[in-house]
Design a protein around this ligand. Structure first.
Ligand code: ATP
Ligand code: MG
Length: 251
């Protein structure tokens, strides 16, 4: 294998840093959302306790302390959400075939030449409603893992198919012919911070955040892999429903 040019090494390192930073930002943001929901429950119930304590001053005071602390916590969570906002946009129509092509051309620039990239788009339509930045990030994380699994080269394939399950969905398959994932760690790879990439090469956040993004978009992510043969990550996402169908479904 030919050693990468310094230029390529620089771009690869920069991409890894950018991906990692975006992962942490998205992860922080999604944790902050969870916190906000929990705080909503605490505030609501503490308020109820305060109201129903009637003449019990001690209980009223305790409830007031809880309310004050929870309100302060909510302010902090809001600050956290604000500080991570730039990357997060509104849900808009996203063409996933375009997203995949964008990711592929990015990865082409930072993967060894011995990795061949191909497409097999069988889905008739690839329009979903989602956050374009997050969806890009999701595919990028899967593609970078595929690249890392093929240091000596191989095939990276992006496939899509559509299905009715019973609503219209698209399945995106990111397939590699790399090292494969041992059975005993397959159940752990989506955990935050789980990595087999030693040193500072991996933070282990890639798949944890990919999982969160998929959940955020109402989909699911699965993996099939065989050591020595490669891996395929399957992402199923709801497709944008034509207006007529959406109203029929809710009628
Ligand atoms: N396509 C793949 N082929 C082989 N192993 C994989 C593949 N994708 C993920 N893994 C395994 O899952 C682990 C977790 O992946 P994840 O993307 O969460 O973190 P990472 O790639 O190690 O670090 P980071 O994404 O932060 O660079 C990896 O360390 C690797 O062991
Ligand atoms: Mg990764």
């Amino acid at each position: 294998m030919v050693a990468p040019e310094p230029n390529e090494r620089y771009r690869t390192a920069l991409q890894a840093l950018e991906t990692r930073e975006a992962n942490f930002r998205l992860f922080t943001r999604s944790l902050a959302h969870d916190f906000n929901n929990l705080l909503g429950g605490i505030l609501g119930h503490a308020g109820l306790i305060q109201l129903s304590a009637e003449t019990n001053v001690e209980v009223q005071e305790s409830a007031a302390v809880i309310l004050k602390a929870a309100e302060r916590a909510r302010e902090l969570v809001t600050q956290l959400l604000d500080s991570t906002r730039p990357d997060l946009g509104q849900f808009v129509t996203v063409n996933l075939h375009e997203t995949i092509r964008e990711v592929a051309s990015l990865v082409r620039g930072i993967a060894p030449a011995a990795i061949r990239i191909s497409f097999d788009f069988k889905a008739e339509t690839a329009e979903t409603v989602g956050d374009p930045g997050q969806l890009h990030h999701l595919i990028l994380n899967l593609a970078l893992n595929a690249r890392d699994a093929m240091p000596e080269g191989g095939e990276l394939t992006f496939e899509t198919t559509s299905a009715m399950t019973p609503y219209p969905t698209i399945q995106i398959l990111v397939r590699d012919t790399g090292t494969g994932i041992p059975d005993e760690i397959q159940s752990r790879i989506f955990e935050p911070s789980f990595t087999t990439k030693g040193g500072s090469r991996g933070s282990g956040m890639g798949l944890a955040i990919a999982d969160r993004i998929v959940q955020h978009h109402g989909g699911r992510i699965q993996v099939e892999s065989k050591v020595g043969h490669g891996s395929v990550f399957l992402v199923t996402l709801p497709l944008r429903q034509p207006a007529g169908m959406a109203s029929a479904a809710t009628a």
